[in-house]
Design a protein around this ligand. Sequence first.
Ligand SMILES: Nc1ncnc2c1ncn2[C@@H]1O[C@H](COP(=O)(O)OP(=O)(O)OP(=O)(O)O)[C@@H](O)[C@H]1O
Length: 330
Amino acid sequence: MTGVTAPVTTAREGEPPGEGLVLDVRGLRMRYGSTDVLNGVDFVARPGEVVALLGPNGAGKTTTIEILEGFRMRSAGDVSVLGVDPAHGDENWRARVGVVLQSWRDHGKWRVRELLAHLGMYYGPYSTDKITRPWDADELIDAVGLTEHAQKKIKQLSGGQRRRLDVAIGIVGRPELLFLDEPTAGFDPEARREFHELVHRLSDEASTTIMLTTHDLDEAEKLADRILILAGGKIIADGSADELSRRMSTEAEIKWTRDGQRFVHSTTESTRYVHELFKQHGDAIGDLEVHRASLEDTYMALVREAESGQGDAVLREFAEITEVGTEAGA
Ligand SMILES: Nc1ncnc2c1ncn2[C@@H]1O[C@H](COP(=O)(O)OP(=O)(O)OP(=O)(O)O)[C@@H](O)[C@H]1O
């Protein structure tokens, strides 16, 4: 196994489940028929964290989220969500958990404001000293960028506007924990940016803990405090985007041209190498670029490693020196 696979935030052995944690998942298993989809998943989330769950199609992201939401029974393992086993969550627990569903298409005749005000009423009894429920309908509509469409019938909304409404419905009860399964699929760039701002606001101002799935690595990097990569039925990486990239490879790729020829060299000592290059060739060096591994490089290498079961071989390939020409002695 590689250094990056050691989860840095897994609950400590012997620690009681859920203590100070919003999510505490240990040894989670899920079997459909004779197929094991989740094969010992471990991770935690702390209050106010934004955690992105990444993984290839069919890795089990939706399955994991549905188990945490209490919509699917797990095969085995210990799961604590806001200190409660989601398999036995009562109404009080459910009021503290926000889920973004896509099932509101059936309510096409309802108007946006009317539906949000109506659904919000159910959360009133679950207000606490710290959290006033529900979210005021007009403020909420403004927060998700639907003010112009507040009086429209749901069936008149575009796909992206409906998705914003789905998000509004998910947060109308001011949840302490919010699950977002591919929240920006189908969003245009502006809607995506506005949504990212909303996620930042929810986590910064309301200390909402957010768990989201996405296939957009750029989105994960922008939004998440921590990234979990699920592949082969397990969490194979757990850390910030920066931590994952740095632990994956300390090498940088240096590209340059000289006398019309292109050169590429990988090294762990990029500064010294570049210094040496200029010392030897001075102004003859052009088009200099220095690249570190991106989150996408890291993700691809880790998933390929997990899927092929080849262990270190893929990592070596990833970090291999792709030298086309050697200029300096570094
Ligand atoms: N109800 C079910 N019965 C049997 N198999 C299922 C069921 N639900 C999901 N699966 C299978 O479990 C695996 C994981 O599915 P899941 O939807 O959790 O993956 P995912 O990571 O969310 O995928 P995607 O990125 O494509 O949305 C898939 O192989 C899927 O076919």
